[in-house]
Design a protein around this ligand. Structure first.
Ligand code: UDP
Ligand code: MG
Length: 307
């Protein structure tokens, strides 16, 4: 009998967890001949999420919770879920029901009978999201696709079911600076896309603000591409060319007094490039420390892995 593991990162989701549990178990129990487990990764919630998870685990032996010692972020929560999942098929889902549970059945059938290694949900609109966030996300995915040459589509999130083989391949990637959308693309394998319309959260609000989204976007770029360093070099070269032309013009044609603004501009540019280099250095710095990606404080699963 196949076993499906459902991984659910949760950060302050007390309002939606009972509803999520009800809908997901309803779908899972309607799939014939499968066993399942639901792994709730409580990512340092400050609300009553853990109490609710304890109740669910008590009520249903298929449910497990893993509470982190603090908020480590969704990437760490997904990694903890993948490390602790024991299923033949593993799916990652948000707790807020924005990843429609009804797709689970089709995802399982695609992996089981159509020989795909991964079946991923793709959001085809962003109804209900702010216009600015919508525009910025769209632009980010365009930029990251160009910079990394990897298939990271707008709308393709972490909602996907994978075979054990693909999960093991992802677990081989132990880097500290994790960007899961990039890792899915890096390991390759055959992916089938299932389109769905954006669903608004029934309760609660998004845990991301503009600052965290920007930092996530930069993490994505710096973990998967060294093109920004190349761009920095090319622009530096062009600027040296321009400054040579300006100097020649100043000497031979007409004295130029743009000096102050030019100096300011160039020092600004240098700072930007120093910061780009700094980003790569800091990534290396954190990788070499080899700190655990997450720390589990509490769980009802005695066979846990610690991160
Ligand atoms: N999440 C998490 N840790 C965090 C932030 C979010 O585990 O630090 C979880 C959150 O509980 C939810 C999922 O990640 O299950 C997606 O978060 P959210 O709905 O806030 O993101 P959005 O849908 O706005 O992209
Ligand atoms: Mg959400």
């Amino acid at each position: 009998m196949d076993k499906i593991s459902v991984i659910v990162p949760c950060f302050n989701e007390e309002d939606v967890l009972p509803l999520f549990y009800k809908e997901v178990t309803h779908v899972l129990e309607s799939i014939e001949n499968i066993d399942y487990e639901i792994l709730f990764i409580n990512d340092g919630s400050h609300d009553h999420s853990e109490d609710i998870l304890k109740l669910l685990a008590h009520k249903n032996p298929h449910c497990f919770y893993y509470s982190f010692s603090r908020n480590f972020g969704k990437e760490a929560a997904m990694y903890a879920g993948l490390e602790n999942a024991s299923g033949d098929y593993v799916v990652i889902m948000d707790a807020d029901l924005q990843h429609p549970p009804y797709l689970l059945k089709e995802m399982y059938n695609s992996l089981k009978y159509e020989e795909y290694d991964c079946c991923a949900g793709k959001r085809i609109d962003r109804t209900g999201e702010g216009k600015l966030r919508n525009f910025l996300s769209h632009s980010f995915y365009k930029v990251i696709q160009k910079l990394t040459k990897m298939d990271m589509d707008d709308g393709a999130g972490d909602f996907r079911m994978m075979t054990r083989q693909m999960v093991n391949a992802i677990l081989e990637l132990k880097e500290y600076n994790r960007y899961m959308k990039g890792l899915f693309s890096f390991v390759g394998f055959n992916t089938k896309w299932l389109e769905f319309h954006n669903v608004e959260r029934p309760v609660g609000k998004s845990k991301w603000n503009f600052a965290s989204l920007f930092s996530y976007a930069f993490k994505g770029i710096f973990s998967f591409s060294s093109t920004p360093i190349t761009i920095a070099g090319v622009i530096g070269g062009i600027l040296i060319g321009i400054s040579c032309i300006v100097s020649l013009y100043s000497v031979f044609v007409h004295p130029v007094s743009y000096l102050t603004s030019l100096v300011l501009f160039l020092s600004g540019l240098q700072l930007i490039f120093v910061s780009i280099l700094g980003q790569y250095c800091s990534s290396c710095y954190f990788e070499t420390k080899q700190r655990p990606i997450y720390i589990i404080k509490n769980t009802n699963n005695i066979h846990k892995k610690m991160g």
